[in-house]
Ligand binder design. Structure first.
Ligand SMILES: [Zn+2]
Ligand SMILES: [Zn+2]
Length: 367
């Protein structure tokens, strides 16, 4: 039976400098000729949503008001007029790549395969202030932003595939290029970092040291096979520090992956990796982080940023999720709870990744 598409829908809107998203009824978007209309089935909440809500001013290219949210999966309910029926069908369940790029041959980023950092107006960036995002009942997306769910991936996990899983997978698998003979250090085991740890285990890294301020998340790492002596709790002032431990034990850490991006983690990473080693920074928590020339320059360290990932990476993540190799930890709640979930997340009270289900209450928002 054809899905009947309403004229308007519920959405959580973020206005830059307003701090908290608010509800509004907005028109249901129309798919572009080469696009899809997707009914959202589950939505992940990312700390970047809190960062965006807390902004005082827009960054260049950002709209002042837009639908927030950049992690979701959904069901295709309408195809654009030029979409090939052999590629997508109504009823397909898809994960949505948040930064598919413009894919134009003349684009200096997309033509080098760097779609995630494309800044063109039609680059996607759903819910990041450029296009409307996913805390809504429907979203219109480009076909290049949709990856079909393989059998066996549930929608709660699929909701976080394109950000929490892909961002960590891309950082560990491709940007850090982790190899089986390497020792690596992972800083931050939140909703993103835990998936990065699972990826590093999948890639058979020789030894993995993990750092977090919360003992509970380090206990999760121990449960999936990290020896207790390779866990470091920065929230405990009396606990051993990773940089001190590797220096005393003579451990050569080839690569550190910083899923926090805090001044403390970045500084610690510089003291932890071996001469000639690499630091990959994924997290965006601190506005600035200290670069220590006497350490990083004199040890010839390589420092790389890793942002989101590719469509190929997302398809690989979904396959690994279907096989049970990557198992994102999620908790669920309802979309009406978004503001309180965001404040809990900002206060560090969410242990894994929060996924909201679309139990919208209609009638309370103004059109
Ligand atoms: Zn995110
Ligand atoms: Zn582009």
């Amino acid at each position: 039976m054809a899905h009947s598409i309403p004229e308007s829908m519920e959405a959580w809107i973020q206005q830059i400098s307003k701090r908290v998203p608010f509800r509004k009824r907005v028109p249901v978007p129309k798919p572009a000729a080469d696009g899809l209309l997707v009914k959202i089935l589950a939505m992940g909440v990312c700390h970047s949503d809190c960062t965006i809500a807390a902004m005082d001013a827009p960054i260049p290219g950002m709209r002042l008001e837009f639908i927030l949210g950049h992690e979701a999966c959904g069901e295709v309910v309408q195809l654009g007029s030029n979409v090939n029926a052999s590629d997508f069908a109504v009823g397909d369940k898809v994960a949505i790549l948040i930064v598919p790029g413009c894919d134009h041959a003349s684009c200096p980023q997309c033509n080098r395969g760097l779609h995630a950092i494309c800044r063109a107006p039609d680059s996607g960036n759903y819910g990041l202030g450029i296009d409307d995002g996913m805390f809504a009942e429907y979203i219109a997306i480009a076909t290049r932003a949709a990856v079909k769910l393989p059998a066996g991936v549930d929608i709660h996990e699929a909701a976080v595939a394109a950000d929490a899983v892909l961002t960590s997978y891309q950082a560990v698998r491709y940007t850090a290029d982790v190899q089986p003979d390497q020792t690596i250090a992972i800083f931050g085991l939140g909703g993103v970092g835990l998936n990065g740890l699972q990826t590093a285990i999948h890639l058979r890294a020789k030894r993995i040291l993990v750092v977090d301020k919360r003992q509970a998340t380090l206990d999760e790492a121990v449960k999936i096979g990290i020896p207790k002596e390779d866990t470091f709790c920065t929230g405990d002032a009396d606990a051993k520090r990773i940089e001190q431990y590797v220096a005393e034990a003579g451990i050569q850490v080839d690569t550190a992956i910083d899923f926090v991006g805090h001044a403390d983690t970045f500084q610690s990473a510089q003291f932890t990796v071996r001469p000639g080693g690499t630091i990959v920074v994924v997290g965006l928590i601190s506005p600035t982080c200290p670069f220590i020339p006497m350490v990083s320059v004199m040890n010839a360290l390589t420092i790389k940023g890793s942002y989101s990932g590719t469509r190929k990476g997302l398809a690989e993540c979904l396959e690994l999720m279907a096989k049970g190799v990557l198992k994102p930890l999620v908790e669920t709640n309802g979309i009406e709870e978004l503001p309180s979930v965001m404040s809990d997340l900002d206060e560090g009270k969410v242990k894994s990744r929060m996924v909201l289900l679309p139990d919208w209450k209609h009638g309370s928002s103004k059109a």
